[in-house]
Design a binder for this molecule. Structure first.
Ligand code: T4K
Length: 419
């Protein structure tokens, strides 16, 4: 376990030795049984079948359908392409209402297809899109709503579904974070017109790169399958506009292997989450976002909210100090999509109508978790945070003598949004 600091001079940001010799990451991949994976890789090489609807892909899709109780699962090469295919297949056009507090992929997938993302504010208790604000944004041009189950915590699915039905809108969920989570006892995957999972390397269940579109709608599933493969219905018949969204066999092999460790990945995350929770409750101004523990959750994100007025230190200073100690915390989803291009040029005043997003984007910090992070490392990270908050005044004073300007790897524009 890294030594606990006793004086602020020992903090790495002031020239002390970093608490961790090797960086501790948010989003370190969970690797399942290597032998099982390598056996599958050998199998696919022996078979000489590397992609295009191979046997591993089919098995992976069936396993997901069984696991989450959804009729159709169409695996894709990443969730961004999954979102794009769903957007095309559902005929979204004009404007679509999305949260700004999400990974940029949610907005880009729309804009890439000429659809305007209309950013909606969030519910600060869940970090998810606020249905009360959604209703205010519906216009004649609105064709749909994309809710994002941020951190794997489900959106207010019932209210959004009701809104979508009443206004004749399509409803899609970006479920990139929410694989193996449930809402009102039912697994995420079957809500709305379609839900899209991410199996990127940084997700708790990964296929290296990958994703999947889940839906109970037969027609939509058939269309999505065509679109994933250039629109091909058979060897030389193209039925529709399409793209190359296929998941390859190596990714599907990784997916099958990861699924075999699903429970242990979740259990590792759950233990990590509770350890953080137990150790951070005593730190004023730092709160851990809660999961509904009577639902299924994957606990894949450990999300702090830093209340500067109480903690005495801002999220950004805490982040800088942690990075110096080799704890690579992340400010997801700062500064919010509306402050990123091309959206900030499109609507420079968007911040005025997104007060909760603005507030939250300055408070949130994600901490390392997953099977690669040990209990000792978590204890050391919590001790560091406690130490920093306890000495907040002295730390700030010392920093004011030698100002830091954020990480060298952060661009000037991301430190200081221009708007
Ligand atoms: N919708 C939502 C709500 C999403 O969060 C995402 C993706 C998407 C849609 C789109 O899904 P995909 O098209 O990607 O399937 C990362 C991921 O790349 C991204 O998938 C994820 N969300 C987002 C929240 O996080 P970055 O830009 O933070 O990645 P990066 O390279 O900085 O890596 C994060 C940390 O993980 C680093 O500390 C390094 C570590 N890492 C990363 C990789 C790739 C590893 O230790 N090993 C690795 O192999 O976006």
């Amino acid at each position: 376990m890294p030594p606990i600091k006793s004086r602020i001079e020992e903090l790495a940001i002031f020239g002390g030795k970093a608490a961790f010799d090797i960086a501790v990451h948010v989003g370190r991949p969970n690797i399942g049984d290597r032998r099982a994976l390598l056996k599958r890789i050998n199998d696919l090489l022996d078979r000489n079948w590397l992609t295009n609807d191979g046997p591993f892909l089919q098995e992976f899709e069936q396993r997901i359908c069984g696991l989450i109780g959804v009729k159709h699962c169409i695996a894709v090469c990443n969730a961004t392409i999954g979102l794009e295919i769903a957007i095309k297949a559902l005929g979204l056009s004009g404007e679509v209402i999305v949260p700004s507090f999400t990974f940029i992929a949610t907005a880009h997938a729309l804009r890439w297809h000429g659809v305007t993302p209309v950013f909606c504010d969030l519910d600060s208790s869940t970090h998810n899109i606020d249905p009360l604000r959604v209703v205010e944004l519906i216009t004649k041009r609105t064709s749909g709503i994309i809710g994002v189950h941020v951190w794997g915590r489900p959106c207010d699915v019932c209210t959004l579904a009701d809104l979508a039905r009443r206004h004749n809108l399509k409803l899609v969920f970006d479920a990139a974070h929410a694989f193996a989570c449930s809402y009102k006892g039912r697994m995420i995957g079957g809500f709305g017109n379609a839900e899209i999972f991410s199996f990127h390397a940084t997700k708790f269940l990964n296929t290296f790169e990958g994703g999947a579109i889940a839906t109970d709608n037969d027609d939509l599933a058939a269309k999505v399958r065509l679109m994933r493969n250039f629109g091909f219905a058979d060897l030389d018949t193209v039925m529709t506009l399409g793209t190359n969204g296929k998941m390859n066999e190596a990714s599907a092999a990784m997916g099958l292997t990861s699924l075999e460790s699903l429970d242990s990945f979740i259990e590792a995350n759950r233990c990590n989450y509770h350890l953080y929770q137990q150790q951070l409750t005593r730190v004023p101004g730092i709160s851990l976002s809660r999961y509904e523990e009577d639902e299924k959750c994957n606990y894949q994100y450990v999300v702090l909210e830093i209340d500067e007025a109480v903690a005495g230190i801002s999220r950004d200073i805490l982040d800088d100090i942690l990075w110096a100690e080799n704890v690579l915390s992340r400010r997801y989803f700062y500064p919010g999509c509306h402050r990123m291009e091309p959206y900030r040029t499109d609507e420079p005043q968007a911040r005025l109508r997104l007060p909760q997003t603005e507030r939250l984007a300055k408070m949130v910090l994600c901490l390392p978790t997953g099977s690669a992070v040990s209990s000792a490392e978590i204890t050391a990270i919590c001790a560091l945070i406690e130490f920093i908050v306890k000495h907040a005044e002295a730390v700030k004073e010392r920093l004011s003598m030698k100002p830091i300007f954020g990480h060298p790897w952060r661009s000037a524009s991301s430190q200081e949004p221009h708007i």
